[in-house]
Write a protein that binds this ligand. Structure first.
Ligand SMILES: [Zn+2]
Length: 427
């Protein structure tokens, strides 16, 4: 599979939402007759969660040929995203870029933070076990520059050669069968600074990968450099490149585009993995098997339905996601975002509405957040993040209407616990 390159410090351009009409600060007049939306429990199994039929219309999928899609269920070949997942970490250096300091210090830039991040985001459903069975730098047989690694480099020939050399060098000490995914933590002095270009990349679901101990090294994340965004917060936030790259290993696409983080802003680590800590969209949590089907409402029927949303970032059995399918490939997702869990820098609490298009490939804008306060400039004070969408959430009394489909999503009010009631109206 082709690589999924990522970038840092995108241009601060606001991507225009197309075919979406936005009405804000409109007082709700919808009475909301509200037939309850059926939900039932299901096993969030370790391989492919069993989906209840009531959610079927919300399991949008992309056409074949979409490399990495938002569709549910995730295509086969990616690493399992629930239960115990063992990550092999190899710290790699080169004769022209010898590791400086201890290899375990490089490992320590990412752990235990990455483990904690996944535990929090998954409500404990992903038990991420990082291991570093070789505690020293793994020296590659060729100088770094001879592999021809640069931004956007394809798997062949450079990465294939690098993976083969990693496998043959580590193989005497590692049984690759013991792990679900591989993190290659490259010595930071190999290649350019992250301020110049970002090389970090993941090859996920790669069936053409070299085989080690009888298993293909199909899901591997490579982390280069140090992702210091210049805010002086590297020690706290620099690790976040790894949960982003591992997100690809679990099948999540990139949400930033050529224009940067303008489509989703700081609402998902697949959009921006720099700056303050941020969580994943509820859609991604459902896709990864971290929400029970009973926590997802599928608003597919005609008329008005009522839904109660509890804060996405907090554990609990309450409703976390409402999805309003438009067709077999697209729909609107609705969730409640607060400052909690991994969402440490939310500057406006409320209901986030975004369009998911399973037919749009990774890096081309498969998700677009609807901005309730267009051209406001945003409310965040975090440096280096896309500010405009930071206050995109909808508050009680506001609604969004898609003029093309007539779908209307109204935030009706809150209960004493801060949960939000939402009405969905469709013809
Ligand atoms: Zn990426």
């Amino acid at each position: 599979m082709q690589p999924t390159p990522r970038r840092i410090r995108p241009h601060r351009r606001t991507a225009a939402l197309t075919s979406v009409a936005l009405l804000t600060l409109a007082v709700s007049t919808s009475a909301g007759s509200g037939h309850p939306v059926a939900g039932s429990t299901s096993a969030a199994g370790p391989v492919a969660p069993v989906r209840t039929s009531s959610l079927g219309p919300c399991m949008i999928s992309g056409a074949t040929g979409v490399q990495m899609s938002e569709g549910i269920p995730t295509a086969a070949g990616y690493a399992r995203s629930t239960g115990t997942v063992r990550a092999l970490n190899l710290m790699v250096d080169f004769s022209d870029a010898p590791g400086q300091g201890s290899a375990l210090d490089r490992f320590g830039e990412f752990f235990p933070q990455t483990t904690d991040w996944f535990r929090t985001s998954s409500y404990g459903r992903l038990d991420y076990r990082p291991q570093a069975p070789i505690g020293s730098w793994l020296r590659m047989p060729k100088p770094f520059k001879e592999y021809g690694i640069e931004r956007g480099a394809p798997f062949d020939p450079g990465y294939r050669e690098l993976v083969q050399d990693i496998v043959s060098t580590a193989d005497p000490k590692v049984d690759f069968q013991d792990y679900e995914l591989l993190n290659v933590l490259i010595t930071p002095n190999a290649g350019p600074s992250a301020l110049d270009t970002v090389l970090s990349v993941t090859f996920a679901g790669n069936t053409e990968a070299p085989v080690a101990d009888g298993v293909p090294v199909a899901n591997a994340s490579f982390v280069y450099s140090r992702q210091d965004d210049g805010s002086g917060s590297y020690a706290e936030t620099g690790y976040r490149v790894l949960p982003h790259e591992n997100g690809h290993v679990f099948g999540l696409p990139d949400l930033y585009t050529q224009d940067g983080g303008g489509a989703v802003g700081h609402w998902d680590i697949m959009s921006e993995d720099w700056g303050a800590d941020n969580d994943l969209l509820g859609w991604h949590k459902w896709k990864l098997g971290w929400l029970d089907d009973s926590q997802v409402d599928c608003a597919a029927g005609a008329g008005t339905t009522e839904h109660l949303l509890t804060p996405l970032a907090e554990p609990g059995t309450g409703g976390k996601l409402v999805f309003v399918p438009v067709d077999a490939r697209t729909g609107y997702a609705v969730e409640l975002r607060t400052r909690a869990g991994n969402d440490e820098a939310v500057c406006k609490t409320g209901v986030l509405i975004y369009k998911v298009d399973a037919d749009v490939d990774t890096g081309h804008g498969p998700v677009s957040v609807v901005d309730s306060t267009k051209d406001s400039g945003g409310c965040t004070r975090s440096p280096n993040v896309h500010a405009e969408l930071s206050d995109a959430v909808f508050s009680p009394g506001q609604y969004f209407k898609d003029l093309r489909t007539g779908i209307r999503i109204t935030v009706a009010g809150t209960d004493p616990e801060g949960n939000h009631r939402v009405y969905v109206t469709r013809a």
